[in-house]
Write a protein that binds this ligand. Structure first.
Ligand code: FNR
Length: 191
């Protein structure tokens, strides 16, 4: 699995984002994978059908990096019981059929999230999964990774080695790798 590249997408713009820290923990648990981090959704303009063509440079860059990656790992904060607007906005751009089609169509994707509340972003993840389902992404179903009270859990910067959360995070990343391998076999059955 060492030849795989994962695009890590954080749904938070915050410099000290817990979700961005979570992505760094995911990279730690999977040292064999190459992580390409896309942490600046602020560069993606508000979606507007009038300005779709040509695609704004940040959108073109994100599309290119998703195409180049074998899979995508999204860490979402929870805002008012749902996914943040900046993440939904980016997904709306990505859903549009430009050139060779919508880039998340059949793409292996895993969803994780951290929140400062007691539910650990589960409602945001469910909203995000609904959007990804509509976009026909190939998402990891189980396990689900939630990190409640994340400011405490990530107080040291990354998740403590050997913690139950690390075990579940590792299983999610392994699930993503399995999805990637299955999609490769489906795309090239003779390989
Ligand atoms: C929040 N937060 C929050 N937390 C939660 O568990 N459920 C929620 O519905 C909300 N709603 C919410 C709305 C808005 C507008 C903000 C700014 C925050 C708190 C949230 O979990 C916390 O700010 C996290 O730290 C955000 O993630 P990042 O930026 O640290 O990755």
């Amino acid at each position: 699995m060492s030849d795989l590249t994962i695009l890590a997408l954080s749904g938070s713009l915050r410099k000290e984002s817990l979700n961005t820290r979570l992505l760094k923990s995911a990279a730690e648990v999977a040292p064999d994978l190459t992580f390409d981090e896309f942490l600046d959704l602020a560069a993606i303009p508000p979606f507007n059908e009038d300005t779709e063509h040509p695609a704004p440079p940040a959108v073109a860059d994100l599309r290119r990096r998703i195409r180049a990656a074998d899979g995508v790992l999204i860490a979402t904060p929870e805002y008012n019981g749902s996914l943040p607007g900046v993440l939904k906005n980016a997904l709306d751009w990505l859903s549009r059929p430009i050139d060779d089609g919508p880039v998340l169509d059949r793409k292996p994707v895993a969803v994780i999230g951290a929140s400062q509340g007691p539910l650990g972003s589960i409602r945001a993840q469910l909203s995000l999964r609904q959007v990804l389902h509509k976009m026909n992404a190939n998402t990891v179903g189980q396990p689900e990774f939630v990190l409640p009270h994340a400011q405490q859990a990530l107080a040291a910067g990354e998740l403590p080695i050997g913690s139950p959360a690390v075990e579940i995070l590792t299983a999610v990343v392994e699930g993503l790798v399995t999805l990637i391998e299955v999609s490769r076999v489906v795309a090239s059955p003779g390989r």
